[in-house]
Design a protein around this ligand. Structure first.
Ligand SMILES: Nc1nc2c(c(=O)[nH]1)N[C@H]1C(S)=C(S)[C@@H](COP(=O)(O)OP(=O)(O)OC[C@H]3O[C@@H](n4cnc5c(=O)[nH]c(N)nc54)[C@H](O)[C@@H]3O)O[C@H]1N2
Ligand SMILES: Nc1nc2c(c(=O)[nH]1)N[C@H]1C(S)=C(S)[C@@H](COP(=O)(O)OP(=O)(O)OC[C@H]3O[C@@H](n4cnc5c(=O)[nH]c(N)nc54)[C@H](O)[C@@H]3O)O[C@H]1N2
Ligand SMILES: [Mo]
Length: 566
């Protein structure tokens, strides 16, 4: 890396951009934007490319795209809203369905306390013991990737026993279709596929009946499977049968549109545009027609994207690449030009919505950016100048600020804090939704040598960011059930090699923890650990999601614990 001035950086970037357009057309400009920053102004950056004739961007997300798509398909394209206040005031039961709230979403705790103070209960459905299962009043274990099936089995039971909420049919476009589909499921083999015994199933069922209205608080892990969007459709169906829309406090909670109040009219429609699925854009077949200049902003796909081992090679095929970040990330290391971005405290006025509450924040700079760092809007304004297009994201951001400040729907309740009256979709008594019409495909657990790799979020990291976190310098840990540890001939403390499905594929070393709370056939590691995404497969699930957990690995012993210490 060589230090350059801003002027020469913009000049090089501008030249590469103009060159790419001339040789391969505007679709050769690639903009990969992640969620490192949720500032509204980030939506305006593409205007610079729209002025140049078009661009290629990514579809979906590495995060909640699959689940979100499932819920939108049920709600006719709309993202449903479930306000946390409704949980606190109205829900009697909260089922944390694969949501490790105590680890990743502690701001939910005051609302869970409110539920408990009113005599309600909190339960969890998990594939392992977590801080959240310890916190919950009770928890049940399900086999990874079978939640859609379990939800449908619960629907079937409600229908067969006549326990479904009165009037549920009035809230559905296709009640008959759903009813016969659910009843047709073979309960015995489906329960085996879910890795559950009848007693556990009955316990969940009775809890749901006793704790209505139930907020099913879904997680992100449960949608990192090929069935991810279907899982959320089935959770919505279960909520409906339990009485959602009849009484506030029941429904599915899973993020919401944090850009709901953004003035979308400020985003220019490009003459041409192409979307590549975010989880596998770097596969060769997706890069035709070719990409000539790529920009990565607020994202670290070289570490956080599935199949990350192929990222560097894909970039070698792109003549010019740029990364905007605060840090020298794995992605930045692969790029030709690295541009220092100001952080959220150093820029603005800018705005943010939220994926869970209904407030907007207007943020102003409180400190100067260090060194020569600039806000992303100013960095893109420099590119526009270098290419000679008249587009200024800094001015557009000011216009956005002006519009939002004068938006009559927003009420400033404290300095920089605005609230708006966001309707709670699940509490609307006139709602009609579309239920899933096909059962999820399911297999019965086999005893293949390869086991599923599930990676989970942890409080110590912020996604892929572990700057400043003490990792101890040791090997990453891999958690295995007793059976799988015995099957691989390893025990607690051993060092193992974990390799992907293909022979000679990438591998990494890890230290074994035997976790008696796990079922057979899967292992658990922390997401954000170095190289873990070399083992995950780059493919897309419906809704352009990233099914990280549909990856299988082989585990071989390298050294025993005592060899290690010796
Ligand atoms: N401190 C901190 N907070 C964070 C983050 C962070 O990195 N650090 N990341 C943020 C982001 S971007 C996200 S998306 C969220 C993620 O928040 P969560 O959804 O809570 O996190 P995950 O670990 O992805 O998944 C939650 C749980 O799902 C379980 N699970 C996996 N597969 C299955 C399954 O098939 N069925 C069931 N029932 N359970 C399953 C896992 O064991 C895991 O405990 O957290 C956010 N909050
Ligand atoms: N194996 C596995 N992989 C996963 C997951 C998993 O569970 N398992 N979880 C997935 C999930 S849920 C998510 S959300 C993704 C996260 O994937 P990414 O969004 O790619 O990951 P981050 O590490 O959060 O990277 C965001 C980057 O943005 C930078 N940044 C922050 N603010 C700004 C800004 O204002 N401007 C600019 N230019 N940069 C900024 C940060 O420094 C950081 O480097 O990871 C996914 N990857
Ligand atoms: Mo995420």
């Amino acid at each position: 890396m060589e230090r350059v001035s801003w002027e020469s950086a913009w000049e090089a970037w501008g030249e590469a951009t103009a060159d790419s357009i001339e040789k391969y057309g505007p679709l050769s400009l690639f903009f990969y934007r992640g969620y490192g920053s949720l500032y509204f102004s980030r939506n305006l950056l593409v205007n610079v490319f729209a002025h140049m004739g078009g661009y290629t961007a990514t579809s979906g997300s590495l995060c909640g795209a699959a689940g979100g798509a499932g819920l939108r398909s049920v709600f006719g394209g709309e993202t449903p809203v479930f306000r946390p206040e409704t949980i606190g005031k109205r829900s009697r039961g909260v089922l944390l369905w694969g949501r490790n709230a105590i680890e990743t979403h502690v701001h939910l705790l005051p609302f869970l306390d409110m539920v408990r103070k009113r005599g309600g209960e909190v339960s969890a459905l998990e594939i392992r013991r977590t801080k959240t299962t310890d916190y919950a009043d009770r928890w049940w274990r399900v086999r990874p990737g079978t939640d859609a099936l379990l939800a449908l089995l619960l629907c079937r039971e409600l229908l067969v026993r006549g326990d479904a909420a009165a009037g549920w049919r009035d809230h559905s476009q296709n009640p008959d279709e759903f009813d016969s589909m659910a009843r047709a499921i073979d309960a015995g083999s489906a329960l085996t596929a879910c890795g559950m015994d009848q007693k556990t199933f009955d316990d969940i069922y009775m809890w749901l009946l006793a704790c209505r209205p139930v907020a099913i608080y879904g997680g992100y892990g449960i949608q990192r499977y090929m069935s991810g969007s279907r899982t959320y459709m089935c959770l919505a169906a279960l909520s409906l049968l339990l009485g959602a829309f009849a009484q506030p406090g029941g429904g599915v909670v899973f993020g919401k549109d944090e850009m709901a109040m953004f003035p979308w009219e400020l985003v220019r429609t490009p003459p041409v545009k192409r979307l590549l699925p975010v989880a596998e854009w770097h596969r060769t077949d997706f890069r035709r027609p070719r990409l000539g200049a790529a920009v990565f902003a607020s994202a670290n796909p070289a570490k956080q994207g599935p199949g990350s081992g192929d990222f560097a090679a894909a970039l070698k095929d792109i003549p010019f690449s740029v990364c905007l970040d605060h840090f020298m990330t794995e992605t930045a290391m692969c790029c030709d030009l690295v541009l220092p971005s100001a952080s959220f405290l150093e820029e603005g006025p800018d705005w943010r919505g939220s994926w869970w509450h209904s407030y907007l924040l207007r943020s102003v700079p409180v400190i100067e950016p260090p060194g020569e760092a600039l806000p992303d809007t100013a960095i893109f304004a420099g590119l526009a100048r270098a290419v000679g297009v008249s587009c200024d994201p800094v001015a557009e951001c000011r216009e956005m600020d002006r519009r939002l400040r004068s938006d009559p729907r927003l009420d400033e309740i404290a300095e920089g804090i605005y609230c708006f009256d966001e309707p709670d979709t699940w509490s609307q008594s006139d709602r009609v939704i579309r239920l899933p019409d096909k059962p999820p495909r399911f297999d019965t657990p086999g005893d293949g040598a390869a086991i599923r790799l599930v990676s989970v979020h942890v409080a110590d990291y912020i996604n892929g960011q572990i700057w400043g976190v003490e990792t101890g310098g040791g090997l990453p840990l891999v958690r295995l059930s007793k059976d799988d540890a015995a099957g691989a001939g390893v025990s607690e403390g051993d060092t193992v090699r974990i390799s992907g499905e293909q022979a000679k594929g990438p591998s990494l070393q890890a230290e074994v923890r035997v976790d008696t709370s796990l079922g057979k056939g899967y292992c658990v590691m922390r997401q954000g650990a170095d190289d873990i995404n070399r083992l995950t497969r780059a493919r897309s699930s419906p809704g352009s999601g990233a099914p990280f957990h549909e990856s299988f690995v082989r585990i071989e012993k390298m050294y025993g614990k005592s060899d290690n210490s010796a």
